[in-house]
Write a new protein. Structure first.
Length: 164
């Protein structure tokens, strides 16, 4: 890759990394997996950078990779839980970050995967119904129904939570 293109790539990653990390976390619900997803996305972005830089749409490309990499990760056989006779040692609970304690993120984690993805893409990232459908590979009607169900579920959960 030419030096100027590489500098543009590095600048894009530096500018958008924190935001895209939060998107990855919202998609998968685990900071460690979010880092892995983001690393996969940045690697694939690097390979496609010369083409994407000419056409635009770098951030949409990364979001698509994040969603698809998360789906792929769930399909891997080693991700399936297995019963054991003795459970592994658990980590000592530490201080949780503000984002981990957020009531909204807890409510989002309770949603089924596809509902969570549609809400995040539609309302957090501000994509249209058509853009969300294209990113998830589903129809616009399916996006609307998943979003409607998710918002109804979020409303019921958040109304149960006491407000500070």
């Amino acid at each position: 890759m030419k030096a100027s293109l590489e500098e543009e790539y590095v600048a894009f990653v530096a500018a958008r990394q924190l935001h895209l990390r939060r998107v990855a976390y919202a998609i998968c619900g685990d900071w460690h997996r979010a880092e892995d997803l983001l690393q996969t996305a940045f690697t694939k972005l690097y390979l496609a950078w010369p083409r994407l830089r000419r056409e635009g749409g770098e951030e949409a490309y990364v979001r698509t990779i994040l969603v698809r990499a998360n789906i792929d990760d769930h399909r891997r056989p080693w991700r399936r839980e297995r019963s054991t006779s003795s459970p592994p040692d658990s980590a000592v609970p530490g201080t949780l970050a503000f984002e981990d304690e957020s009531t909204l993120l807890d409510a989002l984690r309770r949603l089924p995967d596809m509902q969570r993805r549609t809400v995040l893409l539609r309302h957090w990232l501000g994509l249209s119904v058509e853009e969300t459908a294209a990113e998830l590979g589903i129809s616009a009607g399916t996006v609307k129904s998943h979003t409607s169900r998710a918002l109804a579920s979020l409303r019921s959960v958040l109304q149960e939570e006491p407000t500070p």
